[in-house]
Design a binder for this molecule. Structure first.
Ligand code: ME8
Length: 540
């Protein structure tokens, strides 16, 4: 059972805020989708959820790409932030707010945090010389730079030696407290492999980090950012500005209850900022720390790393083509269950997509739902039969089987195994298939003296499908809400108690069970991958 104290606390989930110099692609959609699924699970479980995503707008590369498009940075940011918002909406993401770091509500808070840190002495003015990674806009320590051959560990670009007068954050002072926190809270950095990486790096020793950039009055491009309070010749370094979004947006009287965040979902590229610098900043501000920083791995494509130089990023129009051809929920399902949620990368290969689609959705969920609805239509005129009066078949104690699936799913959500939680729903449907094969209701139907037994078998199937559907809903809300309509058991997420929804026996005997169209048509494995150009010819 989940911890009741934890369950009654509000739940706050975040994604990285994305740079607006880029267009949305599979990476952005994936992290936001995972957060959406976690948020939907928690709402279903009855928690008060706040789910935040947004855009990071004060980067130097935003100034550069705006200029290349003959736009001012804010015009360029407006245009691309709108694209991110639209993409996440099209992806069915249920975020409660969308932060942009150029919004006054964020800027005012960042200024206040910096002032507090200046007053406490955690931020001070000093000189810095170090290895600058231009592509990531970050300084690397001498050790890290040397180990990486003086090239960016992320992009491979040559590092440059740079010296500047800057404001610094006393990161070094937090070394022991950070290690103690990570040690005392094993779930703070996940998965485990990522925690070990961070602990190793902190143990190598921490240096204070620059948190501002100088403004060159002769170069207006250097003025893009939030001014350091009390010193108009400096702006807040984009990473510090960006990290503060997690706090600034809930730092209001109505939303304070959401802090500290339950989970920051991110990609592994930005773990250091989230698992070392951010918690140290929070310690310096006297704020409680988030429950978990979860860093997933990479999507690759057809076995190859995706990169801008290879030009093979799975972009949003291609994802839309998949959604148009196979349904949005099928795409969400594939990304959520076959993605790089753990410590290893995952391949977006078209053949793998079709295989998963057919196995889990067309032959799994779709087939189980239509088989059972068809038999209820044929033998019981479309009304849910009566469950009672028949001994359950050996090995098929349905209330126990369904109850275990629900509890396993709930425990997996709590330990951030979202893919594992969703797959509990599919495993339950496979049990339904196995039960149909074992009990052969189509044969039982031939013997009029066995009608009660037939009704009991089909009731148990339909009820197990209903319970499986609860576990599948966070990934496939539209298809599952359609299914709930067909089973005459609509769910008011958040308002209905999850325990009663998931309890065996929720399906009312006599309820109308509609056949409807196939939820998922079987896909032809020979069809080429959908693209924005060919999508009209794709299956279904
Ligand atoms: O880093 N596979 O923004 P960003 C999976 N603004 N996920 C991927 C991916 C891939 N191949 N490529 C990118 C920034 N991502 C900062 C963050 S937060 C305070 C500031 C995802 O636009 C992944 O979540 O470069 C990664 O962390 C994020 O995109 C980086 O987005």
């Amino acid at each position: 059972m989940p911890d009741p104290a934890q369950q009654s606390r509000p739940c706050y989930l975040t994604t990285p805020i994305y740079y607006v110099n880029d267009k949305p692609h599979i990476g952005h959609c994936y992290t936001t989708l995972l957060a959406d699924i976690a948020a939907r699970f928690q709402r279903l479980f009855g928690r008060d959820v706040f789910f935040l995503t947004g855009t990071d707008e004060h980067a130097d590369k935003v100034v550069t790409s705006a200029a290349a498009h003959n736009l001012s940075p804010i015009q360029w940011a407006d245009r691309n932030a709108a694209e991110f918002e639209a993409a996440f909406r099209a992806f069915g993401c249920s975020n409660d707010d969308f932060v942009r770091t150029t919004q006054p509500r964020h800027i005012g808070k960042v200024e206040a945090y910096i002032r507090r840190l200046q007053a406490s002495g955690d931020i001070y003015l000093g000189d810095y010389e170090g290895w600058w990674d231009e592509s990531q806009e970050e300084y690397l320590t001498e050790t890290v730079a040397r180990e990486a051959g003086f090239k960016s560990p992320v992009t491979g670009r040559q590092l440059v030696k740079r010296k500047e007068r800057n404001y610094f954050f006393r990161l070094a002072a937090y070394e022991q407290r950070l290690l103690a926190h990570i040690d005392a809270n094993p779930g703070f950095i996940r998965p485990d492999a990522r925690r070990n990486e961070i602990v190793g790096r902190i143990q190598q020793g921490l240096q204070d980090v620059p948190v501002s950039r100088g403004i060159d009055p002769s170069n207006p491009a250097t003025a893009w950012g939030i001014r350091v309070p009390g010193d108009p010749s400096h702006r807040v370094y984009v990473w510090i500005d960006a990290l503060f979004n997690y706090l600034s947006i809930v730092d209001t009287p109505e939303r304070r209850k959401y802090w500290p965040a339950s989970g920051h979902l991110i990609g592994k590229d930005i773990l250091w900022f989230h698992a070392a610098i951010w918690p140290a900043l929070l310690m310096a501000l006297g704020e409680p720390l988030p429950g978990c920083v979860y860093a997933h791995s990479w999507w690759i494509r057809e076995g190859r790393k995706m990169s801008k130089s290879l030009g093979n990023f799975l972009d949003f129009p291609t994802l839309e083509a998949y959604a148009a051809a196979y349904s949005l929920d099928a795409l969400r399902w594939f990304l959520a269950t076959q993605g790089p949620i753990g410590a290893t990368d995952a391949d977006f290969a078209h053949a793998r997509f079709v295989e998963t689609y057919n196995a889990d959705l067309a032959n799994g969920l779709g087939n189980a739902a239509s088989r059972v609805a068809n038999m209820i239509a044929k033998y019981f005129g479309g009304a849910a039969p009566d469950p009672g009066g028949v001994t359950l078949h050996a090995g098929h104690d349905w209330p126990a089987i369904a109850g275990a699936a629900v509890e396993n799913a709930r425990a997996k959500v709590e330990s951030w195994d979202l893919a594992g939680a969703l797959l509990e729903g599919i495993a339950l449907l496979r049990r339904v298939d196995g039960y149909i094969n074992a009990t052969e209701p189509f044969r039982v139907a031939k013997d009029p003296s066995r009608t009660r037994e037939l009704g009991s078998i089909l009731y148990h199937c339909a009820e197990a499908i209903r319970i499986a559907s609860l576990i599948l809903w966070p990934a496939m809300p539209a298809k599952i809400e359609d299914l709930w309509g067909r089973l005459s058991c609509p769910v008011r997420v958040g308002a209905d108690s999850f325990d009663s929804l998931a309890a065996w026996g929720g399906l009312r005997p006599g309820a109308r069970i509609e056949k409807g169209d196939a939820l998922f048509m079987r896909a032809d494995t020979a069809m080429p991958p959908p693209t924005p150009e060919n999508v009209l010819g794709a299956p279904s």
